[in-house]
Design a protein. Structure first.
Length: 504
């Protein structure tokens, strides 16, 4: 009797478990769906629908590509393996590359944590006027943000800047393929690429994936230099990913325009600057790859350390941040228009000639990026100090030099970054502008001149404050003094804007 009772209880328990599990799963899915919709409505952001596509479907679409199977057969023959073994390798590449975008991860965790971390480390300047070019982008286009690469923080910074406009997908290098960065980036919709990995089969899978998401309108962010700048200057362009994307225009079924948005990033302090400067001497590719991985790991350790330190100062002494950082967006470049004006027959050219034309296009975009590099206080002071050449500069001389440089930059329509520290001075300027019609021009110009000197004094003081924490530059007895042993750091920051003075 007890055996039957036990059996009935067990069956009842199992029935209850499966019904409850199904209900709980459905409840969880509905909760996630509602939270995702709520997050999207809160940010009023456009999420590319294809981002929400299941990985199984994307994998199925890729395995339908005839070119992948052709390359797979070549690989199997060359390596004396079966087709099934080659297929396993392809599926491994697909699993490695594919992200799993999660709205809640991006907007609940990603946006909140990036906002907290960035604003605790830097004075982040968001220029709303600068977003006008982005807000006018037609919805029936595919948009690619082309960026210079200063720091691994770039990924977080640009995504944070664009959070209220679009959820950006990045091409992320192997440096981030460590836990927990790999999981975080994939949940944010980023796909992974192996740089300097020459296997044709891998590149065919990568090419077809990038083309698939591009055709389906995924907004991407690409660091066109292919790696971080070691000396602060903009590096030469890499065209691999750009070539993959542009080739979709050769598909007669794809009729949308491709728009490339020049995106420029700059900092008063790059967290990895000393490691990058040390790499200028060069290293073999294998060691360099390992250094990138270690650089990613160091960043995981360094950011919490800086946050804890700044949190301490915030509570007891006021935050000691690493200066300013900002992102500038240029006028979108239409690929259709560019090809029409420069190379309408690009897809009929042999591969070498086609890549040469694409390299020209990449260089053209990067020139537009260079033109809009944000001018933060430290690079401006670094350039002025190096131009002077002395290790002890009277404060008044440096102030005049920086003022003259700023005037030159304004004439070139450069973007001078001014944040919360300049609010009072900006308000004074606005008041003066409102009443300038009622006053003589001589008096107005005089008052403008006074405000500009005050702005530059503020910029100089902010830059010295950031650099003095690192014993690079400090003030003493009315002089700005430079530590000769750390002058190479000033070279690094000066180089980020030096090109603006080299061009007319």
């Amino acid at each position: 009797m007890w055996e039957k009772t036990a059996l009935i209880i067990l069956v009842g328990f199992l029935l209850f478990y499966f019904v409850f599990r199904k209900k709980l799963k459905k409840y969880g899915q509905n909760l996630v769906k509602k939270s995702s919709i709520k997050a999207i409505r809160r940010f009023r952001v456009r999420v590319d629908r294809f981002k929400l596509t299941r990985k199984k479907y994307i994998k199925f679409q890729l395995l339908k590509e005839a070119e992948i199977w052709e390359e797979m057969d070549k690989y199997a023959e060359e390596n004396n393996i079966t087709r099934e073994e080659a297929l396993d390798r392809v599926e491994g590449y697909i699993d490695e590359i594919l992200p799993f975008f999660n709205v809640l991860s991006y907007y609940k965790f990603g946006y909140a944590s990036s906002k907290f971390l960035l604003n605790l480390i830097y004075n982040v300047v968001i220029d709303k006027e600068n977003f006008k070019a982005i807000s006018k982008i037609p919805k029936n286009t595919v948009v690619i943000y082309i960026m210079n690469h200063r720091s691994n923080v770039d990924y977080i910074l640009v995504a944070y800047m664009l959070a209220e406009h679009i959820a950006l997908s990045y091409a992320v290098g192997e440096w981030a393929r460590v836990w927990p960065l790999e999981y975080i980036f994939k949940s944010f919709g980023s796909y992974f690429i192996r740089r300097r990995y020459r296997e044709p089969l891998y590149h065919k899978v990568l090419e077809k994936y990038i083309q698939l998401i591009s055709k389906n309108g995924i907004t991407q962010g690409i660091f066109i230099e292919g790696g971080l700048s070691r000396d602060g200057r903009i590096r030469d362009t890499k065209v691999g990913l750009l070539d993959y994307i542009i080739k979709i225009k050769n598909d007669p079924d794809f009729t949308k325009d491709l728009l490339f948005v020049p995106t420029a990033i700059n900092y008063d302090r790059v967290l990895e600057d000393m490691n990058l400067i040390k790499e200028i001497g060069g290293a073999d590719p294998e060691k360099r790859g390992m250094k990138k991985v270690f650089s990613g790991l160091k960043l995981i350790v360094k950011i919490p350390r800086v946050v804890i330190r700044n949190g301490f100062f915030y509570i007891f002494k006021g935050v000691r941040k690493y200066g300013y950082t900002s992102v500038a967006f240029g006028t979108p470049i239409s690929l259709d228009r560019y090809l029409e004006q420069n190379c309408s027959e690009i897809f009929t050219l042999p591969r070498k000639e086609r890549l040469s034309k694409i390299k020209n296009f990449a260089d053209y975009i990067l020139e537009r990026v260079a033109e809009i590099i944000p001018i933060t206080p430290v690079p401006l002071l670094a350039y002025a100090v190096l131009q002077d050449g002395r290790n002890k500069i009277p404060e008044s001389d440096l102030l005049q030099s920086m003022t003259d440089l700023k005037k030159e930059l304004i004439q070139k329509d450069a973007r001078i970054v001014m944040g919360n520290d300049f609010l009072d001075l900006m308000k004074e300027k606005q008041k003066l502008k409102d009443v300038e019609e009622d006053r003589t021009m001589e008096l107005v110009n005089f008052e403008y001149g006074i405000i500009e000197i005050q702005e530059m004094q503020k910029s100089m003081d902010l830059a010295i404050e950031v650099l003095s924490l690192r014993k690079i530059v400090y003030k003493k007895k009315g002089e700005v003094r430079i530590n000769p042993e750390r002058k190479h750091v000033l070279d690094y920051y000066s180089n980020s804007i030096a090109h603006l003075f080299e061009t007319i």
